[in-house]
Write a new protein. Structure first.
Length: 167
């Protein structure tokens, strides 16, 4: 079984779409470990704020199959095929890590956004502070500590999951 780490984000009805996305991920991958929820300003375009978090799960699927599953979940929850990279999203799921594999195809792993975007690094550092980035060789807690926190606005938000919703 491989341990995967998933970035989730939304700025279109974000609570609704993140809850639905997490339920779909749970149905596909089983129990999830979740970071806190964070709110951030849109990066790369002018738009409403995003809600972001990181989840982890275990899977027997290979990397390509995991990514295909994420794309299907996004589409099932209103993500438009071929939408611009920097645009509003109902649901954005990105594979950040697949164990400690480093690769360029079928996707780049570890994902560059880990060290470049606060909305990925902070929740990842919260979820697995001692885990080391496979290329940087530093823990995610250390990477977050070194991160220029003035470069992107990000803050934790209280988020209450509906009763009976478990991950």
């Amino acid at each position: 079984m491989a341990r995967i780490y998933i970035s989730l984000g939304s700025n279109i009805e974000p609570k609704k779409h993140l809850q639905a996305g997490l339920q779909s991920l749970r149905a596909c991958f089983g129990p999830l470990n979740l970071s806190s929820m964070y709110e951030s300003e849109a990066v790369g375009f002018s738009g409403t704020n995003f809600l972001n978090m990181v989840a982890s799960a275990e899977t027997d699927l290979n990397i390509a199959a995991v990514v295909a599953q994420f794309k299907q979940i996004e589409q099932n929850h209103g993500r438009l095929i071929g939408a611009k990279k920097f645009s509003p999203r109902t649901l954005d799921l990105d594979l950040l890590l697949y164990d400690d594999i480093v690769c360029q195809t079928p996707v780049v792993l570890p994902r560059d956004e880990i060290v470049n975007n606060a909305f990925v690094l902070w929740p990842l550092a919260e979820l697995v502070p001692a885990l080391k980035h496979p290329l940087a060789g530093k823990s995610y807690a250390s990477l977050w500590q070194e991160y220029d926190k003035n470069s992107q606005r990000l803050w934790p938000v209280a988020f209450e999951w509906p009763q009976g919703l478990t991950f």
